[in-house]
Design a protein around this ligand. Structure first.
Ligand code: GDP
Length: 444
């Protein structure tokens, strides 16, 4: 995730401070020096870093902090609050029209993820806000943009309005607005053309569309991987258009994150959404306080629970938990639970959302963990239903067949089955325990 190295460095600086016991001006200075390096290395704008440190120092040297029982925790809180301040205090949501149709115009340079983001946001407003969206293909410059939007529209079951690449973009938009009104759509997303660089022609076209439809929101997609460039791009777009929010894409990549920390203070444009991957569901609303929690390794339980509710079938998990306690949990249940876990994304990412686990997340090799998970799934999938219900029938002949089918070795199949049997035994014993039975022998 973006912010990883910033997060590690900040954590270290703050941990060092908490090891010092008493807070003095000297160890405060040391900590501030480390925080300064952390922010600059993360590519945060230098002026912002300077102001940030002045504020943290001022607040930290206040008598409230020095006399507090646990001064270093108060400093952590001050740093946290200042990060929230940088990111924009309150979460910024979409500006829906009070009545009538809401128009959302998407702008951004080519390759930043504009088209993908339209589908992600449209899907979110449809599912979570009960809106009825229409997508308008007004990017007639990039050859495959219209087909891409149509494919994405199909995948989220949202209609795409297009007049092809021969019709000027403004004409397409005009007709789309009439069409949306006639068909009763309440939220119109306009996909506009991008360029590799900002140029006058692009801006003129975008301004024309803006003047034509007066969008409720103009969302600009910026690529987290471009660091400080985010600020420049946002500034240039905002000078010409009334950009109301940013969608920061590719946040799942290994970027330094400084651009995201700087952009709000410099341009006053809030981040509204964060793209966390290539799939439609990989989009998060941007909550400054949750992001600050994550940066400071305090985890983000709220988002984790929300994602679990969204991505996992919790009723099924509950049923599986019940079967575990009753001792009737089968390999079939295990397969369905492995599939649920896969939906939550890389294990390292999940760990980062747990308080205090940030430092361990990097020790996990996500690729290896995923490979292991896939292998386990493949082994179960290569079993017959009968074998999944009762693995004790697995003789060598069956194990060889399963190994072949799942691209593993017979030893790996045996190991997995024996692990499953151990787990099943333990579950039965725990189930008995929870029913008030006396402590059983948990060994072997
Ligand atoms: P456009 O030219 O701005 O419309 O860009 P596209 O929507 O075609 O996206 C360009 C590439 O970036 C595609 O391969 C997308 O799958 C990818 N992409 C978009 N958003 C994200 C994101 O949040 N994370 C990752 N990893 N990839 C993304």
């Amino acid at each position: 995730m973006a912010f990883d190295s910033l997060s590690n460095r900040l954590n270290k600086a703050l941990r060092d401070l908490s090891g010092k016991g008493r807070l003095t001006e000297k160890n405060m200075e040391d900590m501030l020096k480390e925080v300064r390096i952390a922010l600059l290395e993360a590519d945060v704008n230098y002026k912002i870093v300077k102001d940030f440190l002045v504020r943290v120092k001022e607040k930290s040297l206040g008598t409230d902090v020095l006399e507090a029982v646990d001064p270093s925790s108060m400093v952590v809180k001050i740093v946290h609050d200042e990060i929230v301040e940088l990111l924009g205090t309150q979460e910024a949501t979409l500006n829906y029209a009070e009545d009538g149709m809401t128009v959302i115009m998407m702008v951004g340079l080519q390759g930043t993820g504009k088209t993908t983001s339209i589908a992600k946001v449209a899907n979110l407003v449809k599912k979570k806000h009960n809106r009825n969206p229409l997508l308008v293909a007004a990017d007639i410059i990039r050859p495959a943009a219209i087909e891409q939007l149509q494919t994405l529209g199909k995948s989220i079951d949202v209609e795409v309005f297009t007049k092809g690449i021969e019709t000027p973009a403004t004409e397409t938009v005009k007709q789309a607005m009439l069409y949306a009104k006639e068909k009763g759509y309440d939220t119109v997303f306009i996909d506009t053309a991008g360029r590799l660089h900002i140029d006058e022609e692009l801006m003129n076209e975008l301004k024309e569309i803006e003047n034509l439809v007066h969008p409720n929101d103009i969302l600009l997609t910026v690529d987290a991987m471009t660091g400080q460039d985010i600020v420049q791009v946002a500034k240039s777009f905002h000078e010409q258009l009334n950009v109301t929010g940013l969608v920061v894409t590719k946040f799942d990549g290994d970027s330094r994150g400084g651009g995201v920390l700087s952009v709000r203070s410099i341009t006053q444009v809030p981040v509204k959404f964060v793209g966390q991957g290539e799939k439609i569901d990989d989009l998060e609303l941007f909550y400054p306080d949750r992001m600050a929690d994550r940066i400071l390794g305090m985890g983000d339980i709220v988002t984790l629970v929300e994602q679990a509710q969204e991505k996992m079938d919790l009723e099924e998990s509950e049923r599986a938990a019940k079967r575990m306690m009753e001792g009737t949990f089968t390999m079939e249940d295990m397969l369905s639970q492995l599939e649920q876990v896969s939906k939550m994304g890389p294990i390292g990412g999940i760990l980062k959302m747990l308080p205090g686990m940030n430092q361990y997340a990097d020790m996990i090799n996500d690729a290896d963990a995923e490979k292991g998970l896939k292998k386990q799934k493949a082994i179960i999938q290569s079993m017959t239903l009968e074998e999944r219900e009762d693995p004790s029938i697995l003789n060598n002949r069956r194990k060889n067949r399963i190994a072949k089918g799942s691209g593993s070795t017979p030893q790996e199949v045996s190991k997995m089955v024996s692990q499953f049997e151990k787990m099943q035994k333990m579950m039965k014993q725990m189930g008995a325990l929870s029913k008030g039975g006396k402590l059983p022998n948990l060994g072997g």
